[in-house]
Design a protein around this ligand. Sequence first.
Ligand code: ADP
Ligand code: NA
Length: 344
Amino acid sequence: RVGRVIFSGIQPTGVPHLGNYLGALSNWVKLQRTAKPEDELLFSIVGWHALTLPQNPDTLAASRRDMLATLLAIGLDPKRSILFHQDHNPAHTEFAWILSCITPIGKLRRMTTWKARVAASRNANDESEVDETLLNAGLFTYPVLQAADILIYKATHVPVGEDQTQHLELCRDLAYTFNRTFAADEPLFPVPSQLNTPSRRILSLRDPTSKMSKSSPDLQSRILLTDTFPEIKSKLRAAVTDSVLGITYDPLMRPGTSNLLTILAACTDEDVHHVARRYEGKGHGHLKTDVAEAVEEMIKGPRTEFERIRQETEFLEEVAKEGGEKARERSEATMREVRERLGL
Ligand code: ADP
Ligand code: NA
């Protein structure tokens, strides 16, 4: 191939929040816009990964649809990028199994995501006791499935945030190991590299020491891509800042204020220090009003599109079907080669 093969995935977790959009999804749209004609782009809704946590079937079905509608609403074009559900291509799980057989469990144990799961399942009274009923095998092998997602398309570039660097490192290791073990003469898999996208960490509006996340029970802590202007304004008005006079960008000492500046700079595509200087002598109220307007300006298009596309269930099914077909087609030759090299 002459061009790059760009792959990324997102879990079907309903309507994305501002963190998902600014940290991940908006980069996909930018990539689609700046890619060369010979580049290939694949964006997957990874339903199998979602199963590592308990899911309500009706909610999951709706979230899968909503995520596809979101991808279309923000400007991903199914004629240019392959948009598909991971679970429409069984090759992901077939290859994940094969990779799991060459993955040392020590490497999986060292994954910080896994360590966080283990830590979260420790008994509050007796730290040495882990409640293993809270830990399933899928959570443990999650990065192996992720590696399979990437490799079956022979992806060369993976746009993911810094929180995914360790997973991608494992993927690269597995590509090396597979090539060395089963494809010594002619490496089958390119070793993919992380495509560094602006790593913006958007923080919770209510607790700016943690990131904006769908798992927070406080609905005021995050702005959804479907929020109306009044909702955006009210969430920002209630955003936790500080009582220091004036505005400065100081993520350590002033995380709440700095988070608002980060959001504003991301919305207007400016340098955050540059934005901060503009607000030096101004107050938080002024900043919050401007952030609300900038967020509204950025999401009003996608929001309207989302509400429209969401209703078009037949169209969505058609896009999903076509995407699935293209994805299966893309991985078929690689999987044939994989089986042959393994003696299957
Ligand atoms: P959540 O933390 O809400 O559960 P996910 O873990 O499903 O979100 O993340 C989906 C994508 O969005 C990932 O690429 C992740 O890096 C990005 N992302 C999630 N939260 C944020 C945030 N607060 N700031 C920037 N990017 C984020
Ligand atoms: Na998460």
